[in-house]
Ligand binder design. Structure first.
Ligand code: G
Ligand code: G
Ligand code: MN
Ligand code: NA
Length: 254
């Protein structure tokens, strides 16, 4: 596969970059975390993650790529915390990374070498990860959680097993899928479902993050519902490290 060979070379030649999307506390508008999002500039052509993450997973390249993202993001977020505010870091994981040899040790090393406290790192997982090697995946994520790392369910509400997932894995956070948030104020059912997810999350003692906020009306409704945190283009777009750098210097709110 041509893309696979290119991915291998891209890793060696440092063609990958990380963008960070701010997540705010909805009550205060303060930036409380950033989500790391991988970017690939293949020469001058941008390749969307949807196009290369599948092949990276199939070839196993997601393991060294994910490790690079982990170490780099921990280092950058630790530096921002040292110069300004104690923000957290959210990382997306693929199933293959979690079950790779030494995954838990690699996370521990990344924390130790960056100085980022375990409690500042949130690992985002989706339900599909529990389909294969579910036992091993749950075991490793539970080990990390025991170290103080937080766990989040990404795209919450879209899978078949959202609620079962909450029983199988001790999580700290749910991220409401943008497909619910999109309907806020426009679609009664989606508005009601969003409200129900926020309440469910809070009743379970979880942090609830709404994703894909694009309109002021959505922000208003989420605040009224008491949703903990928000993320989306209206709040802030994913940005390069220097963008976060100046955001953290100039203002903690967006
Ligand atoms: O940020 P963007 O819309 O381009 O991300 C598209 C998809 O790629 C999302 O589902 C996101 O979770 C995933 N993604 C982004 N960065 C990473 C990463 O570093 N590792 C993994 N496994 N997935 C990522
Ligand atoms: O699957 P995951 O939630 O990790 O996907 C994150 C992706 O969502 C990122 O690629 C990011 O660029 C994208 N994203 C973030 N905020 C918004 C938004 O408000 N609208 C849309 N359409 N995409 C968003
Ligand atoms: Mn995510
Ligand atoms: Na999501």
């Amino acid at each position: 596969l041509e893309l696979a060979a290119d991915l291998q070379r891209a890793l060696i030649e440092h063609q990958f970059a990380i963008e960070y999307q701010p997540v705010v506390d909805l009550a205060t508008s303060r930036v409380t975390a950033v989500e790391a999002l991988v970017r690939w500039w293949r020469g001058s052509v941008f390749v969307p993650p949807e196009q290369f993450l599948g092949p990276a997973e199939d070839t196993g390249l997601i393991v060294p790529l994910g490790e690079w993202i982990l170490r780099e993001a921990c280092r950058e977020v630790a530096a921002w915390r040292a110069s300004s505010w104690d923000i957290g870091l959210s990382l997306n994981l693929s199933a293959r990374q979690i079950t790779a040899p030494r995954f838990v040790e690699t996370v521990e090393e990344a924390l130790a070498e960056s100085g980022l406290p375990a409690s500042a790192l949130t690992l985002e997982v989706i339900e599909e990860m529990l389909v294969e090697d579910a036992e091993e995946t749950i075991k490793r994520l539970s080990e990390l959680r025991a170290l103080g790392v937080r766990l989040a369910i990404d795209d919450f509400g879209t899978g078949y097993a959202s609620l079962a997932f909450l029983r199988q894995l001790p999580v700290d956070m749910i991220k409401i899928d943008p497909s619910f948030v999109a309907g806020l104020g426009r679609d009664d059912t989606l508005t009601l479902l969003t409200r129900t997810i926020v309440r469910l999350g809070h009743d379970l003692g979880l942090i609830v993050v709404a994703e894909g906020i694009e309109r002021p009306e959505q922000l208003e409704l989420l605040r009224e519902m008491g949703c903990t945190r928000g993320q989306g283009f209206l709040v802030a777009r994913p940005m390069a490290a220097r963008g976060v750098d100046s955001l953290m210097r100039t203002s903690l709110t967006v």
